[in-house]
Design a protein around this ligand. Sequence first.
Ligand SMILES: [Zn+2]
Length: 259
Amino acid sequence: MSIVKANAIVLHSKKQGETSKIVTLYTREFGKLTTMAKGSRGVRSKYLGVLETFNYIDIVFYKKEGRGIQYLSQASIIEPFQNIHTVLGKMTLASIPCEIIHRGEEDSHSHPKVFTLLLDTIRALEQNDKNLRNIVRTFLMRYLTFAGFEPSLDACHSCGRTEAGDRSYFSLLHGFYNCDKCGPGENNITLSGQAMTYLRWFMKAQVADAATIAVNASVGKQCDDFLYSYIQTQIETLVSLRSIEHLQNLQLQLAGPEH
Ligand SMILES: [Zn+2]
């Protein structure tokens, strides 16, 4: 057993016994970790306010290989993300990347690029006030790419034509599309030319810049339907996502032209 430090984002926590919590963290150094925070629920706890979901924290823990739960020794806040905790819509949106990392990543499998993506996504949601859904859309595109499921949106799979045309038929199973001339295949989702243009933009954007463009509601909905259906088809641990169902049920009235 060794004592090690890490940078972490709090993904999830649940009560354990009378006074403790089991906290799932995503760390830069060790990937996803399940940790026990003893005595973390008392008002005089050294962890008070530190182990809240979305917080970016420094941790020290007792690392034992092969153990399912690691024991936290210390934790302190690096960035608390106040706005995400106080603005309902922001919290709902930030829950999506956190749930995807929580469910999609394996334990103790370090992937620093995914860590940076998650941190940048939460930071962008904290700092921006409109077009927030574009931040989540860009996160989803980049996460799909890192996970090896990058959709092929550059050109029609059948004829190679790159212009999007009025509509495209994207195959959720195969991850590529046919243009309107080549026609629909199986298990496809239809995308308008505008939706294709924005999806291509999200693929190349950085999450920090994603809120700089506005997308109208119907095109935004097509982009979301595409991203959610595709991620749920391709990644079996993400077949049903509570955070996305919650968002759809809430029908959020966030600021910005698309809502
Ligand atoms: Zn074609």
